[in-house]
Design a protein around this ligand. Structure first.
Ligand code: PHE
Length: 443
């Protein structure tokens, strides 16, 4: 029996494992907002209408840089993990830390960096314009910090942590937001580094020729090398988890799949009465290392979602709170140290208000794209007042050849009580925009 896949914030399942249906990259609307170019992180990219799917609201998110804000819990958590890795992993002689920290990589990356370099299959669902934000056919907003693995290894980094904001088109609810934050770790080893200085009679090798690819190892790796790598990887991450969740933390390893690691695993921690998925990791595909010019070494990588961890560790109930500028939220983290234990005290006790919107899509309009576009549009107009969006009904009428969608929008403010009248105005604007942009017929 396959185990049920939890919906998770890091969203590994959707990103890597959803079976590809008819992959489509066609644009969905004639009148979408397409600026001529986008300038981000000191570089200018010329947009291409056919691929562009970035909304003004998303651009605003790129400007916040939450990880650099010391009063943000994500910043505290980042520093806590970095401090731990620096303390525990040091060069021989103990003078300096092993892992370089990279937190200013450009957030727009090439399709090669985001997908090809990581051996993502060409027809993989994560490449679609309904899943990833594109500027043009060649460039997109990074969908994970793994997008920097290949180029950093190529530049000669053997051991590094990459931290940053990443972007995925997704639904909006208390656990999902189009921008979130990840930390990536990569460690490469030569034979000596992996096995220790060679001793007479003990000749351990990294590679074997004509080897077989099994559940446990890649075809190029010697069995011992693969096992030691896996051991070191798991040891490193269990140690990190104990730092975050306490010495007595209960953990378990689950097999996983990522295109660029094998074997691959997920680590789960028992917290608050349930098993919580904390990170994804694995032994880096040798093909990746070879193409990055590090084929003589072997290595592992891990990636973890910072929001997911911070929500659990600090008791933050809603992912949108990380973006709050409310001093009621921020003052709870201001001036704190990474090692402090902090429990967030909720500030919003305001009631929710919900309204539905249902419509017929124009004939032949792609239903999956409409969903992604709908989440963006609603968020764009409703801004922070939109707490959740859910598609609650979807059906196809073969007689008219039309598809109907119904979305439930839950409005709630963290700051104040919303009146029905004021929500009506926002909801009306959203409705108008659906008609204007997508030519839908309200039901
Ligand atoms: N990039 C993966 C994700 O976003 C996580 C990961 C990183 C998995 C490194 C394995 C190794 O979901």
């Amino acid at each position: 029996m396959p185990r049920p896949i939890p919906r998770l914030f890091l969203n590994l399942y959707r990103f890597y494992s959803t079976p590809a249906t008819s992959a489509s990259t066609k644009p969905t609307s004639a009148q979408k907002w397409v600026p001529e170019k986008l300038e981000l992180d000191g570089k200018t990219y010329i947009s291409e209408e056919k691929y562009w799917n970035i909304s003004p609201n998303l651009i605003k998110l790129t400007e916040r840089r939450l990880l650099f804000d010391e009063a943000n819990p994500l910043n505290l958590l980042k520093r806590r993990i970095v401090n731990h890795m620096h303390k525990k992993h040091r060069k021989p002689g103990n003078r300096s830390p092993i892992f370089a920290v990279c937190e200013d990589q450009r957030r727009i990356v090439s399709v090669f960096e985001n997908f090809d370099s990581l051996l993502t299959p060409l027809d993989h669902v994560s490449r679609r314009t309904s899943d990833t934000y594109y500027v043009n056919r060649e460039y997109c907003l990074r969908a994970h910090t793994s997008a920097h693995q290949h180029s950093l290894i190529k530049q000669g980094f053997d051991n590094f942590l990459v931290v940053g904001d990443v972007y995925r088109r997704d639904e909006i609810d208390r656990n999902h937001f189009p921008c979130f934050h990840q930390m990536e770790g990569v460690r490469l080893y030569s034979a000596d580094e992996l096995f220790g200085t060679p001793q007479p009679g003990k000749d351990f090798k990294l590679f074997e020729t004509n080897g077989e690819r099994t559940k446990e190892k890649q075809e190029f790796h010697a069995f011992d090398a693969a096992k030691v790598l896996e051991l070191k990887l798991k040891e490193t991450l269990e140690d990190l988890c104990r730092e975050l969740f306490g010495e007595k933390a209960q953990m378990r390893w689950v097999d996983a799949y990522f295109p660029f690691t094998h074997p691959s695993f997920e680590l789960e921690v028992f917290f608050g009465e349930k098993w919580l998925e904390v990170l994804g990791c694995g032994v880096i595909e040798q093909k990746l290392l070879e193409s990055a010019g590090a084929g003589s070494k072997v290595g592992w990588a891990f990636g973890l979602g910072l929001e997911r961890l911070a929500m659990v560790l600090y008791g933050i109930p809603d992912i949108r709170l990380f973006w709050s500028t409310d001093t009621g939220f921020l003052h709870q983290f201001q001036g704190k140290q990474p090692g402090d234990s902090i429990q967030y005290v909720p500030i919003s006790v305001h009631p929710q208000l919900y309204m539905d919107i249902s419509f017929w899509l124009p004939e032949n309009h792609d239903s999956t794209h409409m969903k992604s576009d709908a989440y963006d549009l609603i968020r764009n107009i409703g801004g922070d007042l939109v707490e959740q969006v859910e598609i609650i009904d979807e059906f196809y009428n073969p007689k008219t050849n039309l598809t109907s969608h119904c979305y439930r929008i839950i409005y709630r403010s963290n700051e104040r009580v919303l009146t029905k009248e004021e929500v009506n105005v926002v909801h009306g604007k959203i409705t108008e925009e659906f008609i204007r942009l997508y030519n839908v017929k309200i039901r």
